[in-house]
Design a protein around this ligand. Structure first.
Ligand SMILES: Cc1ncc(COP(=O)(O)O)c(C=O)c1O
Length: 424
């Protein structure tokens, strides 16, 4: 029923309050003042405008990998669709996928979960949001180490909570130090978000570093732990990044271990993520999911089984390609005046310091004051799309993806060097 019709028929005041009488324009919830439009979407829109105007923009900002989803995964999805697996599934996911997730957690982290301790979601984004929505009350605090993946903050704000940001500068390896965690904890702290490997810095917490963080958390039994391991398979030393629940089993009853198939298997658009944790929290998350999305895509769930249970050699092959691309791009950065970077231990991002660029001027006399100015300069003058560090809570940096073909990296590198050299 169209909104106007609802109002004319005198439907509930909540709906009619949602309409501005003078203009007829819908009023948004005050909740929307808590969040900003995703910086990613703003950048994407501008890059699209430039592309439509005929410019050849190179995307170094994207969270997409350039790899294809493996053939056997696509074939499984196709077969599932043809078999008629096109209906709603159980809200928490099909049992076969939940079992595949349980087996993967056992294989990769020696973590054992029952079926009622696992939920399949529409991307790990949904798993994170459902967990926060299920647990946070206004004023509750969530500790988020910076640099961070920006949606953590807005998800916390949307649920009425308050992000408590802890700076983790480059001289700390972009990692949360136990002492800084201790200082950030208050009576209102409900969660610690710990992302390993870290987007955007590519830092990887070692087992020892996680143990030291666990020692702090053991002293604070009311704090939940959100362990986001979405990039866990993209590490350049070793097979997989460790996760907190395997390091300190005493934390397992209050840890939500989150991951997904997006980055490991180049399945970004299939939208399958999962969470494993205490049954009561998982039940609450399932309840929310039942009222919001019903279930994750049935066909994508079939595909995710093939990804998680099929041959895993591809993970190593792809990680070594990315390792080579990391080297390629890092060498380029070394030759760009004003830029420098620490080699990431995981993910497919370089967090590049542009401290040496700040204060310089473009050929048309504009001063580059911030990393956002620098990112805008690169887009407008060098046809390169990158994210400014400000969007990840740490400046002055830009985040560059090296999940691109080598030829693209070389072309991007040339443009980047020229753009840096042109600044005075
Ligand atoms: C750190 C981190 N966590 C979670 C996500 C969400 O991923 P998805 O919803 O595709 O599983 C992303 C996506 O880029 C991410 O970078």
């Amino acid at each position: 029923m169209p909104l106007t019709q609802v109002i004319e028929t005198g439907e509930p005041t909540r709906l009619s309050q949602g309409v501005q009488e003078a203009t007829g324009a819908p009023v948004l919830s005050p909740r929307m003042n808590e969040i900003s439009p995703s910086p990613a979407s703003i950048l994407r829109r501008r890059a699209r405008e430039l592309r439509e105007a005929g410019r050849n923009i190179i995307e170094l900002s994207s969270g997409n990998l350039h790899f294809a989803t493996p053939d056997h995964v696509i074939a499984t999805a196709h077969a599932a669709a043809q078999r008629g697996e096109t209906r709603y599934t159980d809200v928490d996911g099909i049992p076969e996928l939940k079992d595949a997730v349980r087996a993967a957690l056992q294989r990769d982290h020696h973590l054992s979960y029952a079926r009622n301790e696992v939920v399949i979601c529409t991307g790990s984004t949904q798993a994170l949001f459902n967990a926060l929505l299920a647990t946070l009350a206004p004023g509750d605090e969530v500790i988020v180490p910076a640099p961070y993946w920006a949606p953590y903050l807005d998800q916390v704000r949307l649920t009425g909570g308050t992000p408590a940001i802890v700076p983790c500068p480059q001289n700390n390896g972009f990692k949360l130090r136990p002492h800084d965690l201790e200082l950030a904890i208050t009576k209102r702290t409900r969660w610690l978000v710990i992302n390993n490997p870290v987007n955007p810095s590519g830092a990887v917490y070692s087992r020892e570093e996680l143990s030291a963080i666990a020692a702090v958390l053991l002293k604070h039994p009311d704090i939940w732990i959100l362990a986001d391991g979405l990039y866990e398979h993209i590490v350049f030393d070793g097979d997989i990044a460790p996760t907190l629940a395997e390091i300190e089993p005493r934390l397992k009853p209050r840890t939500l271990t989150v991951s997904g198939v997006a980055k490991a298997y180049a399945m970004m658009g299939w939208r399958i993520g999962y969470a494993a944790g205490p049954a009561a929290l998982i039940a609450a998350m399932i309840n929310i999911q039942s009222q919001t999305t019903s279930c994750a895509s049935s066909i994508s769930q079939a595909a995710a089984i093939a990804a998680l249970s099929g041959p895993q050699t591809l993970l190593h092959e792809r990680a070594s390609i990315l390792r080579a691309h990391r080297g390629l791009f890092a060498a380029i950065i070394d030759n760009c005046p004003g830029l420098s970077c620490k080699l990431p231990e995981g993910t497919f991002y370089l967090l590049v310091s542009c401290a040496g660029i700040i204060g310089k001027r473009t050929t048309d006399g504009k001063e580059i004051r911030t990393d956002r100015d620098f990112a805008a300069y690169l887009l407008e003058h060098a046809d390169l799309a990158v994210f400014p560090g400000e969007d990840f809570g740490l400046s002055p940096y830009i985040r560059i993806s090296f999940a691109n073909p080598a030829s693209t990296i070389e072309e991007a590198g040339m443009r980047l060097r020229r753009a840096c050299e042109a600044l005075q």
